[in-house]
Design a protein around this ligand. Structure first.
Ligand code: CP3
Length: 305
């Protein structure tokens, strides 16, 4: 999930000097931010510091990040010019040298989620997205195809540059009914995952999809990354590796509550293939010491037979 960011003093200090886009686009800065949570919390994996919306800039759209969140301009999308994303490779080359015993995660947004951000100009607009989905179905699917093919290229670049694992963020797919999810999300996610099958582990993150976990299994993903609205015991019989799913807001609670909620997840998934993770991005108001406490506790627990 999103693990770098404003909850870290070291991040806020850098943000005083640089904009978010400068930090993402300058390999040395991005690599430094990527490493902040790794060094300060000792998490087992590093997720490259970038954003799911950045590759849209290499697809003919304008993308800005402001105090109010992201903005995306332009309607006509074109296939990605992956040459414009080479800074991502440079970030990864730097990170590969620094990270000897940690997993390096590359990522992209899922086609439906990126489409929602494009339609909503940076702020997903559920009703308008569905209006276009139903009323301009062919155009909608054509664009999903362009996005899918572009993200395949972008992920390939990340694999060539040293990613150990890939994560696909489908943060918006939870707004869809099961049948619409099957039509407008599933085929594109499946196509996106195929080139990486058996080559590198792929995690698919869904948000707000507890009702259709069974169909989500059809994506072909190796790892199913789930949000906190799902009771993780309902995933015990999945044939996927499950990643998740502590509510990021639990880190705002006292340590005994953090322990109770984390232990529930670990006990439930004992003997199962499970990657402990938050169920969403870490909140900016999180106390770093509590995040660190959680990481230490999970590591301690893993040592127990
Ligand atoms: O550890 C990491 O930080 C990894 C990098 C990362 C970011 N965004 C950095 C970021 C990753 C993996 C993302 C994914 C992302 N971006 C998603 C999918 C996952 C999720 O959280 O649901 C989505 C939907 C986005 C789009 C996005 N980017 C939004 C809606 C926002 C504004 C919200 C916010 O927290 O400010 C961003 C900005 C953003 N992306 C920040 C970071 C650290 C905050 C930038 C800042 O002001 O410093």
């Amino acid at each position: 999930m999103r693990q770098a960011g404003r909850y870290l003093k070291s991040y806020r200090k850098m943000r005083e000097k640089y904009t978010f886009l400068e930090m993402c686009g300058t390999p040395e800065l991005s690599a430094e931010v990527t490493l902040q949570p790794v060094k300060e919390l000792d998490v087992d994996a590093a997720i490259i510091f970038s954003d799911i919306l950045l590759p849209l800039r290499a697809m003919g759209l304008k993308v800005y990040f402001t105090e109010k969140g992201p903005f995306v301009f332009g309607d006509e999308i074109s296939s990605i010019d992956v040459g414009k994303m080479l800074f991502t490779s440079e970030i990864m080359y730097i990170l590969k040298k620094e990270l000897t015993d940690k997993t390096l995660i590359g990522f992209c947004g899922a086609p439906f989620t990126l489409m929602s951000y494009i339609i909503g100009k940076g702020k997903p607009d559920e009703n308008h997205t569905k209006y276009l989905m139903y009323n301009q179905k062919e155009k909608f699917k054509n664009r999903l195809d362009i996005i899918t093919d572009s993200m395949i290229e972008y992920l390939k670049l990340q694999v060539e540059s040293g990613a150990d694992m890939l994560q696909i963020f489908d943060t918006q797919a939870g707004i869809l009914s099961p049948s619409d999810w099957k039509e407008f999300a599933l085929p594109f996610v499946k196509k996106l995952i195929i080139p990486f099958k058996g080559k590198i582990p792929v995690a698919y993150y869904v948000n707000g999809m507890s009702g259709i976990l069974n169909i989500v299994e059809e994506t072909g993903t190796d790892i199913l990354s789930i949000d906190w609205r799902v009771d993780i015991k309902d995933c015990r019989n999945s044939d996927k590796i499950i990643q998740g799913n502590l509510d990021p807001a639990v880190l705002l609670a006292e340590k005994d509550t953090i322990t109770e909620k984390a232990v529930y997840i670990m006990k439930t998934m004992r003997q199962k293939r499970h990657i402990f993770n938050l169920g969403g991005g870490i909140l900016p108001q999180t106390d770093k010491n509590k995040a660190k406490f959680l990481v230490e506790m999970v590591h301690e627990w893993e040592k127990e037979p």
